[in-house]
Design a protein. Structure first.
Length: 119
């Protein structure tokens, strides 16, 4: 089981990036998918969540109206479209898959991709 993020990089403030997280050896459609981020010296924070059923996503307040999470179950991939980027969005971004087995939840993490927003 593996999650591989891509799409990070260096962008100027106001710019856009699209992150991708590709899952392998995973029944992708059964998992709730999330994006987290961790800035230097800060705790990892939840950015956006989309459920296995593809219902209404949830976002942390600081990215609402700027970021969009989506998923393509046929491609086993979850995306994070990031627009109007700000320097405070600089962080390592991680995707996470949450599954449930016998009533117990478990998480699978990707290795992360760096996003740097210059002012």
């Amino acid at each position: 089981v593996q999650l591989v993020e891509s799409g990070g990089g260096l962008v100027q403030a106001g710019g856009s990036l699209r992150l991708s997280c590709a899952a392998s050896r995973l029944a992708f459609s059964r998992y709730d998918m999330s994006w987290y981020r961790q800035a230097p010296g800060k705790e990892r924070e939840l950015v956006a969540v989309i459920t296995s059923g593809g219902g209404t996503p949830n976002y942390v307040d600081s990215v609402k109206g700027r970021f969009t999470i989506s998923r393509d179950n046929a491609k086993n991939t979850v995306y994070l479209q990031m627009n109007s980027l700000k320097p405070e969005d600089t962080a390592v971004y991680y995707c996470k898959a949450r599954g449930t087995s016998w009533g117990t939840s478990y998480d699978i993490w990707g290795q992360g991709t760096q996003v740097t927003v210059s002012s």
